[in-house]
Design a protein around this ligand. Structure first.
Ligand code: G6P
Length: 374
């Protein structure tokens, strides 16, 4: 595979901007929409012989590190909703530290861009010893995780060179949403919902193209934040993962302290940090948690918080108290796919902050693309 930066200055920039194409490749041949029969389904060759076992499992356990863990967290709600199976989350090193319980009746899903991360690989060996059905979700055909799992799905996002994962994150979410559709494939009660998600997946690359147009706006925001010490990101529901992943991008490449926080926990500590100086991103796009996020915004505003609100297009007036806050308006998609859209302005922000601060975005200090030691 020919890998170069094309017209871009950095791999990270290129990989952010190629997401409409990488997502198209991820979905290619896997989504079926036949006008004649009105049939809308998902076909995941690597999983099809195991779907019955997965549906019958006692729980599904997601295991990963870093961005891959965050992608799994973003997909968790839709998997719970469509499969009806309880879904739990494990950071690979923590599962190993605790020697946490894994049972024969579990399906353990290992998410890893490289397929070589030592912690995730060791957690896989541990789950195999304990008799779980092990599923791999990787971007690397022939990688250790792809080889050692019982079955799996390749995300087909194309080679990712930038140390900070961007296009692999969005492809991982899409693969796990398709996995949720496949696992939940036989339930009549969810048929409408599944069809809406499939339609949403078809539209997604164009919506990603649209959100990428915020590039200049995110550069302007980065100019404003260039000298800050810290940035908080509040999210909840489908976009709790977006808060964690957005903050991870900012800290790993822009070398700025940043924390992703569950908005529901705001009153249990983080509120003490709020003043007129600390910038706070609140993700408040339309979904079932929207009114709760509106009230979070009001409470932060009442404490003179410096707000940057991410909202659905057309919602700027209704989400912003007064003219004190800055708004990032994003296209709206099916709620469970919204994390794919919402992370993109934060990837762009992290990228521009890094370049403006004079750091190396493709190889951040002290970090490696693939961590092959524990
Ligand atoms: C490293 C990389 C991250 C990545 C994580 C997990 O820390 O710098 O970008 O998310 O490893 O890697 P994996 O290949 O398992 O997804």
């Amino acid at each position: 595979e020919q890998i170069n930066k094309g017209n871009y200055e950095h791999y990270m920039q290129k990989e952010i901007h190629e997401q409409p194409e990488s997502l198209t490749t991820t979905m290619r041949g896997r989504l079926i929409r036949r006008a004649s029969s009105k049939e809308k389904t998902v076909l995941l060759g690597g999983l099809k012989d195991h779907l019955k076992t997965i549906r019958r499992s006692r729980r599904i356990v997601f295991v990963g590190c870093g961005t891959s863990y965050n992608a799994a967290l973003a997909a968790r709600p839709i998997l719970e909703e469509l499969s009806g199976v309880p879904v739990t989350m494990e950071i690979a090193s923590d599962l190993l530290d605790r020697q946490g319980p894994i049972y024969r009746e579990d399906t353990a899903v290992f998410v890893s861009q490289s397929g070589e991360t030592a912690d995730t690989l060791h957690a896989l060996e541990y789950a195999i010893e304990n008799g779980a059905l092990c599923v791999g979700i990787t971007n690397t055909v022939g990688s250790a995780i792809a080889r050692h799992t019982h079955c799996g799905i390749h995300i087909n996002a194309g080679a990712e060179i930038g140390v900070a994962s961007t296009k692999a994150y969005t492809s991982q979410i899409v693969v796990m949403a398709m996995m949720a559709l496949a696992i939940g494939g036989d339930s009549i009660s969810h048929e409408r919902r599944r069809e809406a998600i499939i339609d949403g997946l078809f539209e997604l690359p164009n919506k990603v193209r649209e959100v990428l147009k915020l590039d200049q706006e995110m550069k302007n925001l980065a100019e404003l934040l260039i000298a800050e010490q810290s940035l908080l990101v509040f999210g909840r529901g489908y976009n709790y993962a977006t808060a964690l992943e957005g903050a991870l991008k900012v800290k790993e490449v822009a070398l700025m302290h940043s924390e992703g926080l569950l908005a529901g926990e705001m009153k249990h500590g983080p509120l003490a940090l709020v003043d007129e100086n600390l910038p706070i991103v609140v993700i408040a796009t339309r979904d079932a948690c929207f009114s709760k996020q509106q009230s979070v915004i009001q409470q932060l505003h009442a404490r003179k918080g410096r707000l940057i609100v991410m909202c659905s297009k057309g919602d700027a007036q209704s989400v912003c108290p007064g003219d004190s806050c800055r708004v990032i308006e994003v296209p709206q998609v099916e709620d469970c796919l919204q994390p794919v859209i919402n992370i993109i302005p934060l990837q762009l922000l992290a990228y521009h902050l890094t370049v403006l601060r004079g750091y190396n975005c493709d190889q951040p200090r002290n970090l490696a693309k693939s961590v092959t030691t524990e």
